[in-house]
Design a protein around this ligand. Structure first.
Ligand SMILES: CC(=O)N[C@H]1[C@@H](OP(=O)(O)OP(=O)(O)OC[C@H]2O[C@@H](n3ccc(=O)[nH]c3=O)[C@H](O)[C@@H]2O)O[C@H](CO)[C@@H](O)[C@@H]1O[C@H](C)C(=O)N[C@@H](C)C(=O)N[C@H](CCC(=O)O)C(=O)O
Ligand SMILES: Nc1ncnc2c1ncn2[C@@H]1O[C@H](COP(=O)(O)OP(=O)(O)OP(=O)(O)O)[C@@H](O)[C@H]1O
Length: 528
């Protein structure tokens, strides 16, 4: 499983690493243990996963929540690891599993992974213009908008987020929203080598808590919003905010831009201001009265091209008219955040506005597979998978739909069960026709997940009028949605977005909504 996640990212390493002696690393980070004779072995990289180790790297064996990384020391050494850093328990295991390899110890090896990797790669973030965006929803969209703007300004920008890891023309599917710290450091080192001047990162709350961003200080951190999600990992919304707040400290960011459209953003901005450690800009993207530094007015959705125009006001009297290529107020929030973040990162406003307007489709984020043209309806793939996101998404899509709004959706297995009926309730309230199907059932019975979704649907539509359940395969449900779609209608499939796999019964099955929907469109209306 761990190996699987890294297969594709393995190639994204700097081509000309400048090695550091293990002894120097041990001294610099006050690591206990024997680094070997003289300067010790030369270290060219770092990894926290035995399946991800390359020759000349330091393997950091983490005490995990399920197992101890030290169990895989022999595998790491066979792959070329020249030394192991672990805790005392891990050291005992390494001496047994991989006798002879130099072993260093630290009480908290996980916290060491980022700073060590940054040191080994000579602090690549310092040579790049860097941003990181966090929040429950909108990270990927905002990161792509930032990527488009920094690319235009700097001539190139890497992106590391949920959809892909991209450095210049090299791109692979991403194993995580935020990759492990050593992977991030090596991507930034590669970006520097390739002459790519910017880095647009997504920062998940898991990553912040699990130290994946340690060792990186970005120029600008951004916060979109906080909504119900990940309560299996964070327990309460307060814990969840606490995780995000750590990004807005000098250890991780030089300045911040916080959307204050919800109570969580307001609390975060107030807290960062009170701490006085980094500058913070407050941004209000939705209509409201609160006093802020930046605010948006005149947001208007165009029915013809589904773009949204808006005016961004700034603290120095800035008046910026902008156009966001995606529909809906949620994307105004993402677009305005990307503008303020990049302006604060040093991009001239007119460059940022032009690049934003030209930002191309983002995989699985309000991605238009088919645009209404009098004959064909609008067909969209989207990633909304929380009740709040679904509510906002369906509200946005309603604005560009003269006819019926058709939704194809389900809910995840092995994740927050409470949201299943909530998703059903939102869909039944805001869409006209519902096609209920599977998302990623994982180890659960898909039928019982659909039943929980339908329970929420029934709370709004007890008779289940215009509700269909597709029990065979998600692709069939997507085809059914397109079949139902008339020229004035919109069909939207939500929940999986860009995801390249469907997880069911312990298997990762290659599946992506967009090509399935594209084929269904071609079968129904012919190719455009
Ligand atoms: C819940 C969570 O985040 N777990 C992370 C945690 O796992 P863990 O402590 O359970 O690790 P473990 O399985 O006990 O293994 C211990 C160590 O042995 C290593 N190992 C394990 C097996 C092997 O063959 N070789 C090997 O070296 C592991 O890499 C690890 O370093 O530490 C590991 C190493 O740092 C992470 O890989 C792992 O992320 C797992 C894979 C994961 O799926 N995380 C998800 C939930 C996540 O991070 N998601 C967020 C975004 C969520 C969202 O916004 O939707 C993300 O940023 O992607
Ligand atoms: N600013 C926003 N507020 C609320 N919902 C949003 C916002 N932006 C996007 N969404 C909805 O959330 C979905 C996910 O968007 P996006 O991928 O940009 O967020 P994310 O934070 O990267 O999510 P994830 O971490 O789950 O990948 C979109 O498909 C859209 O439906």
């Amino acid at each position: 499983m761990s190996t699987h996640a890294y297969e594709s990212a393995a190639a994204l390493r700097p081509r000309h690493p400048a090695p550091t002696g293990l002894r120097a690393l041990a001294e610099r980070f006050e690591l206990a243990g024997d680094p070997g004779t003289g300067a010790g072995p030369e270290v060219v990289g770092v990894s926290v996963d035995s399946g991800d180790v390359a020759a000349g790297e330091l393997f950091i064996a983490l005490p995990g929540m399920r197992t101890h990384g030290a169990q895989f020391a022999a595998q790491a050494v066979a792959a070329g690891a020249v030394a192991v850093l672990t805790d005392t328990e891990g050291a005992r295991i390494v001496r047994r599993e991989a006798p002879g390899v130099p072993v260093l110890t630290h009480p908290d090896p996980r916290a060491m992974a980022g700073p060590l990797a940054a040191e080994v790669h000579h602090h690549p973030a310092r040579g790049l213009t860097t941003t990181a965006v966090t929040g429950t929803n909108g990270k990927t969209t905002t990161a792509y908008f930032v990527h488009a703007i920094l690319s235009a300004h700097l001539g190139g920008c890497m992106i590391a987020g949920t959809v892909e890891l991209r450095v210049g023309d090299l791109a692979v599917e991403s194993p995580r929203t935020t990759v492990e710290a050593p992977v991030l450091q090596r991507l930034m080192a590669l970006a520097l080598e390739e002459g790519v001047g910017g880095a647009s990162l997504e920062a998940s709350s898991h990553a912040i808590v699990l130290h994946r961003l340690d060792g990186t200080v970005v120029d600008v951190a951004g916060f979109t919003n906080l909504q119900r999600d990940h309560l299996d990992f964070h327990q309460t919304m307060e814990d969840y905010l606490e995780a995000k707040a750590a990004l807005f400290t000098p250890q991780h960011a030089r300045r911040g831009v916080v959307c204050v459209d919800d109570q969580w953003g307001q609390a975060l901005a107030a807290r960062v201001r009170d701490a006085g450690l980094i500058e913070v800009d407050r941004l209000r993207a939705y209509p409201g009265q609160a006093q802020t530094d930046w605010w948006v007015t005149d947001a208007e959705v165009s029915m013809t091209d589904a773009a949204t125009t808006f005016v961004l006001h700034g603290p120095q009297g800035e008046l910026i008219t902008a156009s966001c290529p995606l529909p809906g107020l949620v994307n105004v929030q993402n677009a305005a955040l990307a503008l303020v973040m990049t302006i604060r990162a040093g991009v001239p406003a007119d460059t940022a506005v032009a690049a934003l307007a030209a930002a191309h489709d983002i995989p699985g984020r309000m991605q238009r597979v088919c645009q209404r043209d009098g004959v064909r309806g609008t067909c969209i793939v989207d990633f909304a998978h929380t009740p709040d996101a679904l509510e906002l998404t369906l509200t946005a899509v309603r604005q560009i739909t003269p006819g019926r709004l058709i939704i194809v959706f389900g809910s995840d297995g092995d994740r927050d069960e409470g949201k299943r009926p909530m998703l059903g309730e939102v869909a039944a309230r805001l869409a006209d026709v519902l096609v209920v199907t599977d998302e990623n059932p994982r180890s659960e019975d898909p039928g019982s997940i659909r039943a929980a979704v339908l329970e929420g649907v029934r709370s709004v539509r007890p008779d289940l009028v215009d509700v269909e359940e597709v029990t065979t395969w998600r692709g069939d449900a997507v085809c059914r949605g397109v079949e139902l779609c008339g020229p004035e209608d919109t069909v939207i499939v939500t929940g999986k977005g860009h995801e390249p796999f469907l997880e069911a019964a312990g298997e990762f099955i290659r599946y992506n909504d967009a090509p399935v929907m594209r084929q269904a469109v071609a079968d129904k209306w012919g190719r455009s």
